[in-house]
Design a protein around this ligand. Structure first.
Ligand code: SF4
Length: 344
């Protein structure tokens, strides 16, 4: 019988296929530590994972024997198999966490499992360390249903960037999403560790990237420079304000409308990067309006700014984005904008 190539989890190919097809979990990985999640929070997460189809609980972290034993007993009462193989005993005889190795190529772990840290953050897998929500704020099932990162990973054959797009195995292979994210900053990058990509490293894009080709605005209207980080519905962008911008006054101060434009172009960079090399069309987008936009500082020529954007809501190609503009850690402006982007 074919077995899924997921280290430690060992499911049959048919189990994996059905779980992927029906959006079901097969495993929940949970990190334990003193001072972390309470017993109730852990048990709630286990029960939700069971409702989502989980058959196995993988425990790691550092915790007393008695709490581990209680959790194993609880899992077994729920009909779940519990595995503590990620523990090891130190020379002093203590139970300590082992380093969790990155899965091999073709790992489907983010599609059939998730990991909850001792602080409640939910990660698609140990390597893909982007928190997609926290079980102290939202239900595990809602986090998994609403995650844009997971939605993108499920659509990998059409969303993957770089040389993997042309591979004959692209329909059935995720590569290692953990390795791709850790080595490029992009969870949709081709896996740099796949032997087939060994000679094609230059085709794999790594963050940070210049935004020139991923946003519709061109000089002199382009005000942002680089996309530096992406996460769950979130991106960070940098901008250095030059004196040739049309928003600049003679005193070197920039018009307040620039802050809205910074947020709008940052959102465009986030959208454009996701579709980089996928759609042949030139990225398009419009700022439709702004609300609750508060400007508490001035922007001057020469400033280096950081812009953080969060996709608060999405309705097809329309979206509401919350943005913050900061300089040296101080917030200059924050607010919401409504945008339209062509997403395909
Ligand atoms: S090139 Fe990409 S799609 Fe092909 S086997 Fe390697 S990781 Fe999988």
């Amino acid at each position: 019988m074919m077995r899924c190539q997921v280290p430690d989890l060992k499911y049959t190919g048919k189990e994996v296929e059905e779980a992927v097809k029906n959006d079901r979990l097969l495993s929940l990985e949970i990190e334990l530590s003193e001072g972390g999640l309470s017993d109730k929070e852990i048990c709630d997460a286990v029960l939700q994972a069971k409702r989502l189809g989980a058959k196995k609980l993988l425990i790691f972290g550092e915790l007393s024997e008695s709490r581990v034993s209680d959790l194993i007993r609880f899992a077994s009462e729920q009909g779940l198999e519990a595995d503590i193989s990620d523990y090891k005993i130190s020379e002093a005889g203590e139970r300590v966490k082992q380093h969790t190795s990155l899965p091999e190529n073709k790992c489907l772990r983010p599609l059939i499992s998730c990991l909850v840290t001792s602080q409640g953050d939910v990660l698609p897998c140990a390597g893909l360390s982007i928190p997609i929500g926290n079980i102290r704020e939202h239900k595990l099932c809602d986090i998994l249903k609403d995650s844009e990162v997971l939605e993108d990973i499920k659509a990998i054959p059409s969303m993957i960037k770089g040389p993997c797009r042309a591979c004959e195995e692209a329909d059935v292979c995720l590569g290692c999403r953990g390795a791709a994210y850790q080595l490029t900053g992009d969870y949709l990058a081709s896996d740099p560790l796949c032997p087939k990509n060994a000679s094609r490293q230059s085709e794999i894009i790594r963050l940070p990237v210049r935004v020139d080709d991923i946003i519709p605005q061109k000089t002199p209207m382009r005000v942002v420079d680089r996309l530096t980080r992406i996460a769950e519905r979130t991106a960070e962008v940098s901008a250095t304000i030059s004196d040739d911008l049309p928003f600049a006054g003679e005193d070197g101060r920039l018009d307040e409308v620039l802050c809205m434009e910074l947020v709008a172009q940052s959102a465009a960079a986030f959208n454009g990067f996701k579709h980089l090399g996928i759609s042949g069309a030139t990225p398009e987008g419009y700022l439709l309006g702004a609300r609750k936009f508060e400007i508490s500082g001035t922007v001057n020529v020469g400033d280096t700014l950081n812009i953080s954007v969060y996709k608060y809501a999405r309705y097809g190609d329309f979206g509401i984005v919350k943005g913050t503009v900061s300089r040296d850690g101080d917030v200059i402006a924050r607010g919401e904008i409504k945008i339209w982007h062509r997403s395909s």
